[in-house]
Design a protein around this ligand. Structure first.
Ligand SMILES: [Zn+2]
Length: 327
């Protein structure tokens, strides 16, 4: 019996989280991993593709067993989303799933994908179509039913290391346009956690996206309390997502970073996630995977911040950040 929420076709208007099974009341999201991946393919990660539906199902089951209820999948257009598999995986696991549209850094694509007519000429239209009509074509992927074309529930884009190149600016302009048309939140991959203020200058000051519709990802990788504070003061959501990988330089700073934000009155801006991007990082392959957030990180943060505050970061904050007044 699935606990995932089925679409309610007569849902009255108001903010909703757009899941792969339809729009749901934000209050029903539950314990949420606000940034993760079930499927992902990049030329930057050869041999580590997340492309195994069985492993994805096992990862979701492990997350569910650890107390998880929802996962926001930040895999954007052209990176092997297996979107057609997501409704089935959500139903079978009982975990609510949100899919993404959007575009990553150019380095994550084979050139022919970026050379596609729609990407070059109507990127905002592509994003809007995936948010309102569904994710189709080869991106549906897998062996799922042909009619399984879930709609995306967020827009994912990416900045660069301490700056924004032309591709990032082009992508963010399209994301802003798609946001203004749909209300969808924009999640931003910050390269090594940097460039947060450049992103806010562009998206909010130049492109008129309200700051509270922007989610800055990977801020844990750049533990600069001043930048964290400035981004929170601007009104953006701050995502602290996943254990550090090549070293442990940032993990131990997380409780202090979040405590500083909470003490300054910004606990309601904080999102937590796992960001599993390689096959080796899946818990079913011996890595931290999706359960790590609840199995280890949650407990560690509760010691610093208290159970109530951490629970809000895992429930109320993501339900607010990812809900929208869909047209
Ligand atoms: Zn990610």
């Amino acid at each position: 019996m699935s606990a995932a929420h089925e679409a309610a076709p007569d849902r009255s208007a108001g903010p909703a989280v757009r899941t792969v099974l339809g729009d749901i009341d934000p209050a029903g999201l539950g314990i949420c991993d606000a940034h993760d991946h079930l499927f992902l393919r990049s030329p930057q990660l050869p041999g580590q593709e997340l492309a195994d539906t069985g492993a994805a199902a096992a990862e979701l089951a492990a997350f569910r067993a650890a107390g998880g209820a929802a996962v926001i999948q930040w895999t954007p257009y052209g990176m092997g989303r297996f979107a057609g598999e997501l409704p089935r995986l959500s139903r079978e696991s009982g975990v609510t799933l949100v899919a993404a549209t959007g575009l990553h850094q150019a380095a994550h694509y084979d050139p022919e994908i970026l050379a596609g007519k729609r990407v070059r000429e109507d990127l905002a239209g592509l994003f809007v179509a995936e948010l309102t009509e569904g994710i189709g074509g080869t991106e549906a992927g897998g062996d799922g039913p042909r009619d399984a074309r879930p709609r995306a529930g967020m827009i994912k884009v990416a900045g660069g290391f301490h700056g924004l190149d032309r591709h990032a600016r082009y992508t963010m302009a399209a994301a802003a346009e798609a946001h203004l048309a749909t209300g969808a939140a924009i999640g931003v991959h910050l390269e090594l956690g940097t460039g947060a203020l450049d992103v806010l200058d562009l998206l909010c000051d130049e492109l008129a996206v309200p700051p509270d519709r922007v989610i800055l990802g990977h801020l844990n990788r750049s533990p600069d309390p001043v930048v964290h504070r400035m981004a929170a003061e601007a009104g953006a959501y701050l995502a602290f997502d996943g254990p550090s990988r090549a070293n442990h330089a940032t993990d131990w700073r997380l409780p202090d970073a979040l405590t500083a934000l909470a003490d300054a009155g910004f606990a309601d801006r904080i999102l937590l996630g796992g960001d599993t991007t390689t096959a080796a990082a899946r818990s079913v392959n011996g890595g931290p995977g999706m359960p790590y957030l609840l199995r280890r990180q949650r407990r560690r943060l509760e010691l610093a911040l208290g159970v109530g505050l951490v629970t809000r970061m895992l429930t109320e904050n993501p339900s607010r950040a990812f809900s929208a007044e869909w047209p």
